[in-house]
Design a protein around this ligand. Structure first.
Ligand code: NAD
Length: 503
């Protein structure tokens, strides 16, 4: 996989895209030492669609339950052999750092283009995804030799040692919306801790997973330590039900997360769940100038296919009209189009997702909503057969309406108005989700009051900062349990063992 020879310029047609993908020799799956092009030549295959054009552009091998068995066995054998789990931690860190550098440097443009083709992400957004993926490997490379145990003198002639051991084989189930970021988020700490992994990407976004795994092997991760099996829910189920799995990291919808937890529980295997959201964006009457673009970005980034999207906009009554006028002006200027042209909004992932989002838009009218933007048909860009939806802003919906309560996963922003911070907090918390919350204000004590009282795994005051890799992240309520990112994520992939020594 020599990216220096890869043609990574913008593809202007489906034919160009097909030719580009043909030349990439993407393995699709990685199991043990089988990752060379042609390893899966005899497998059944599934179509890969470019959602910008609604056209099939390539295909990938389709994993089976037999492949899951082989991948888990390869991972378990590698773990038991100690080839990675017993490697000197600093050396593990060096290997992960090498992978990080390849991702961030030589492979960046190629992977970004693959992701844009596969998911319809604007190139700019895909580039960020590669950088963040590389950032996770870099961050956890640095922590590989800081995964410390403790010692404790428990009596005059006895000492306790607390070892921190890798848990074993980690199943990593990945959704379609930010696959490279999510692979980095889960796989980097698992590998840093000494675990082996089996990755199951979404069938709607599986082009980059095997490329990353192959790069990991080429960077020095031993064969069997990182595996990728493609497929849908049935393959995910087989993975989380496998008796040789020790831990599951699942990112996806609430319904699938519940099912995954039930299956894993049958083998008493712990799960880490990163699920959906319907996050509030609260704008107080003293908001700063950057609140307009900040609110818009939180709602429409990645075409609203973002677990942490701020899709419930709560405006202080004093500024509501003025703010909406400016926000609509800002959103009207956003470009919508094929990912490879780098618009602000690419298409949705699939015809299924377009149908779902359009059904919500139709429902908004029945639920009493008024459209300040969007909501019309035919939609801009439809002529290209891509799955496009315009940025959509809706007011007047009852707080218990489905539009205002459910995760839509498209560029649809629902607006409500409040009078006091108390009321804003009460509306913010009136949801089954609790992933992210945003507040825009110059009043720091009000913002801190909000941060304390909102039921949410994360809070951003006047916009997010940095890539977020360094801080713990996760949800409360139906947004999930457990925390990824930051140093504490290593705890997901290690267990403590108490050893007593009488001396
Ligand atoms: P999804 O639940 O349909 O699929 C996610 C992954 O799980 C896919 O790989 C899928 O094949 C697999 N899967 C589906 N059903 C399964 C089952 N019963 N057993 C095992 N595996 C199964 O989700 P999606 O549509 O790919 O992604 C969108 C959802 O993911 C949204 O709800 C979004 O909020 C959530 N998400 C959450 C976070 C977070 O960090 N909290 C991040 C990204 C996406």
């Amino acid at each position: 996989m020599d990216s220096s020879s890869a043609e990574t310029t913008i593809k202007k047609s489906v034919a160009d895209t097909r030719a580009f993908l043909q030349a990439q020799e993407i393995p699709g799956m990685v199991i043990g030492d089988a990752y060379a092009p042609g390893s899966w030549a005899s497998c059944e295959r599934f179509d890969v669609e470019d959602p910008s054009y609604g056209a099939v552009v390539t295909d990938l091998p389709l994993g089976t339950i037999g492949h899951i068995d082989q991948a888990v066995s390869a991972a378990a054998d590698a773990y038991r052999s100690g080839v990675w789990s017993d490697m000197i931690p600093r050396e593990r860190g060096r290997v992960l750092a090498k992978l990080a550098h390849r991702l961030a440097d030589a492979e960046k443009e190629r992977l970004a283009l693959l992701e844009s083709i596969d998911i319809g992400k604007p190139l700019r957004v895909s580039r960020v995804d590669v950088e963040v993926c590389a950032g996770y490997f870099e961050y956890y490379a640095g922590l590989a030799d800081k995964c410390l145990g403790t010692t404790q003198r428990v009596q005059s002639d006895g000492t306790g040692l607390v070892f921190r051991e890798p848990v074993g084989v980690s199943a990593q189930i990945i959704p379609f919306n930010f696959p490279m970021q999510q692979i980095g988020r889960g796989v980097a700490p698992a590998l840093a801790a000494g675990c082996s992994v089996v990755i199951k990407p979404s069938p709607e976004a599986a082009l980059t997973a095997s490329c990353i795994a192959r790069l990991a092997l080429e960077s020095g991760v031993p064969e069997g330590v990182i595996n990728v099996v493609t497929g849908g829910a049935d393959i995910g189920e087989a993975l989380v039900s496998h008796p040789m799995i020790h831990q599951v990291t699942f990112t996806g919808s609430v319904a699938a997360g519940i099912s995954v937890t039930q299956k894993a529980a049958e083998n008493v295997v712990p799960t880490l769940l990163e699920l959906g959201g319907k996050s509030p964006s609260v704008v107080m009457n003293d908001y700063g100038r950057d609140a307009i673009a900040g609110v818009g970005r939180m709602a429409f980034y990645n075409t609203g296919q973002n677990c942490g999207a701020g899709t419930r906009l709560l405006l202080h009554r004093d500024i509501a009209d003025q703010f909406l006028e400016e926000l609509v002006g800002w959103a009207q200027a956003l470009t919508v189009g094929p990912a490879q042209e780098d618009p602000y909004l690419g298409p949705l992932i699939s015809a299924r997702q377009l149908e779902k989002v359009n059904a919500y838009i139709a429902l908004a009218k029945e639920e009493g909503g008024s459209f300040l933007l969007g909501g019309e048909s035919p939609l801009r860009g439809r002529a290209q057969n891509g799955y496009f939806v315009e940025p959509t802003i809706i007011t007047g919906l009852p707080r218990d309406s489905r539009l205002f309560s459910e995760e839509i996963f498209g560029p649809v922003l629902c607006v409500d108005v409040f009078e006091t911070l108390d009321e804003a907090i009460q509306i913010s918390n009136a949801t089954e989700y609790g992933l992210s919350a945003y507040i825009w204000t110059q009043n720091l004590s009000g913002a801190m009051e909000f941060a304390k009282r909102v039921h949410s795994g994360g809070v951003s005051i006047n916009g997010g900062v940095g890539t977020g890799i360094e801080l713990p992240s996760g949800g409360v309520k139906k947004s999930g349990w457990g925390r990824e990112k930051g140093p504490s994520a290593l705890e997901n992939y290690t267990y403590v063992k108490s050893v007593t020594v009488k001396h």
